[in-house]
Design a binder for this molecule. Structure first.
Ligand code: 16C
Length: 254
């Protein structure tokens, strides 16, 4: 495909977790901690500024309308609870670029640009074009992490963060560059059965997904909002049922 930028990395992933010596270490830790803290912030009452745009069973999708210089920046968040899968499994499938195109419906391509560590790489997504807007792309680091619960009562957390960055091997210009701060945060709830034998029926995953996306250049607000309203709920349903199917016959990955 002559139209594609040659950015596929040939270097294999290092077999070591993200190290303090890595230039991205501080930024990644900061962004990850901010997302983790968000899940412990219980809603403090008062006016709820989030507008629900979709509700289906346990899935709820909310947005807040924000525009800056005519560009839609609506932050989006979704919560979902899915039985039969763990947070580790959800995060693994969200992070693993080898399976991304199996559940991503809005991408034309997705490639690794550089591996930073065993748990982190930089990638390049080319997003499908939406008429009448220009085509978009995104370059971001994606990091997966397991974090112990804040207290004895809190379950462990699995998290993936996708956060925009620049990379010399993907010059800006061919597409309009989208920037994002996306997090998939999961906690696994186990209801142990009387016989003590835990199966997938006894497992639930509480998911919190947030997306702060800047579409980069002008795009018609009404079209963009309509696309978001359709695509985010579709993504959450499609992705979670993908993970259920992919793991159903496998041993539980706690
Ligand atoms: O989080 C998701 N996927 C991750 C892994 O790929 C990653 C990607 C985040 C995508 C952020 C959204 C980009 C919005 C681009 C704005 C496009 C402007 C179009 C102008 C319209 C007038 O974190 C799952 C992401 C779920 C998808 C969210 C909705 C994105 C809509 C993109 C439009 C493509 C529609 C294609 C129609 C078939």
């Amino acid at each position: 495909e002559e139209n594609k930028i040659a950015i596929k990395t040939t270097k294999p992933p290092p077999k070591i977790l993200l190290q303090p010596s890595n230039p991205y270490y501080d930024e990644i830790n900061e962004v990850v901690s901010r997302h983790i803290h968000r899940i412990y912030e219980k809603t403090k009452g008062g006016e709820d500024t989030w507008e629900c745009i979709a509700e289906e069973g346990e899935l709820k999708v909310y947005k807040r309308e924000i525009e800056e210089n005519g560009i839609v920046l609506d932050p989006l968040k979704a919560v979902h609870t899915v039985t039969g899968i763990t947070g580790h499994e959800v995060c693994h499938h969200f992070w693993d670029i080898k399976v991304r195109m199996d559940w991503e419906a809005t991408l034309e391509s997705s490639d690794v640009v550089e591996w930073l560590s065993e748990d982190t790489f930089i990638c390049h997504n080319v997003i499908k074009r939406v008429w009448p807007a220009s085509q978009r792309d995104a370059v971001f680091w994606t990091h997966i992490r397991h974090v112990p619960g804040e207290s004895d009562e809190e379950p462990d957390v699995w998290i993936v963060v996708n956060y925009s960055t620049d990379h010399k091997s993907v010059p800006n210009g061919k597409y309009v560059r989208v920037t994002m701060n996306v997090a998939m945060v999961c906690q696994t709830i186990i209801d142990p059965p009387a016989d003590g034998k835990i199966t997938r029926d006894n497992i639930r995953c509480k998911i919190s997904y947030t997306a702060d996306v800047n579409p980069g250049g002008w795009a018609p607000a009404s079209v963009l909002r309509a696309v978001y309203k359709r695509e985010y709920p579709r993504f959450l349903k499609r992705f979670t049922s993908y993970v259920k199917d992919a793991t159903a016959k496998k041993e539980v990955m706690f």
